[in-house]
Design a protein around this ligand. Sequence first.
Ligand code: 6CS
Ligand code: FE
Length: 294
Amino acid sequence: MIDIYPSRISSKPTITERKDPVVYSPLSKSGPLRVDQLKSYEENGFLFLESFFTDAEVEMMRDELSRVMDQSKDSTAKEVIREPQSQEVRSVFAVHNQDLFFERLSNDKRLVEMMQQLLGSDVYIHQSRINLKSGFTGKEFYWHSDFETWHVEDGMPRMRAISCSITLTENTPFNGPLMLIPRSHKRFVSCVGETPEDHYEKSLRKQEYGVPDQDSLTLLAKQGGIVAPTGPAGSIILFDCNIMHGSNSNISPLPRSNVFFVFNSVENRLVQPFSGQKPRPEYIAARESVLSSL
Ligand code: 6CS
Ligand code: FE
């Protein structure tokens, strides 16, 4: 397969145009999202749906979150990722496979139908994770495009996947909310540096390869600005797989947690990683357990 989004190959970074649609269904096709929402998603690369879930649903999600957290604290499971310089839990991967509640949530009809509308096909979960950013000690996620990693390390062929981040705590300007560069999803920033073997063992704690250069980030931010949607727990941020995003450390006393489901089109299943290296494990990038969510 020809690599139309080469990255980590050249010694110089480049910015090229996106070669894929953003919204795959015609705007006239009915679905849960309104035409103005589809247009805004297409233009900016994300949608913020404030208070999407009810208070009762949020309450349940929080209980489940505490349960998963308690289980993870002393766990040696590979799905549990710890902070770079401490033993605090940073992320728990594949929650949709290990936990019935999160499995059901990942199949929530309201979510799945929005994804099918945006991606113009049936969908499946490519990756899921809970991210925890404790008050005072939760660490940052540096700027990145998820697609850059999923393409190079997982063999995701095209930009036809969406992250759905459900906030489990209030997101304020102070507790390290997700920051996005609007419109950056229409450009592909190829990164410099070869991918080390088993890169994920480090990168999920702190990413050092597949990191965009400062000139490209400056240009994208100059053109699109930076936004950080804030709002109550139970809100959703849908964002394109190629949008540039990141988040700051959390030195506020308030924790910030969210659960992420990445939906990929069934027409965009993983092939061999474009780095030529061995694929990352199933709990980070689903290639075998690809079930239709219908
Ligand atoms: O490597 C990955 O797949 C993950 N890493 C980051 C920083 N974001 C997306 C994804 O969850
Ligand atoms: Fe990311």
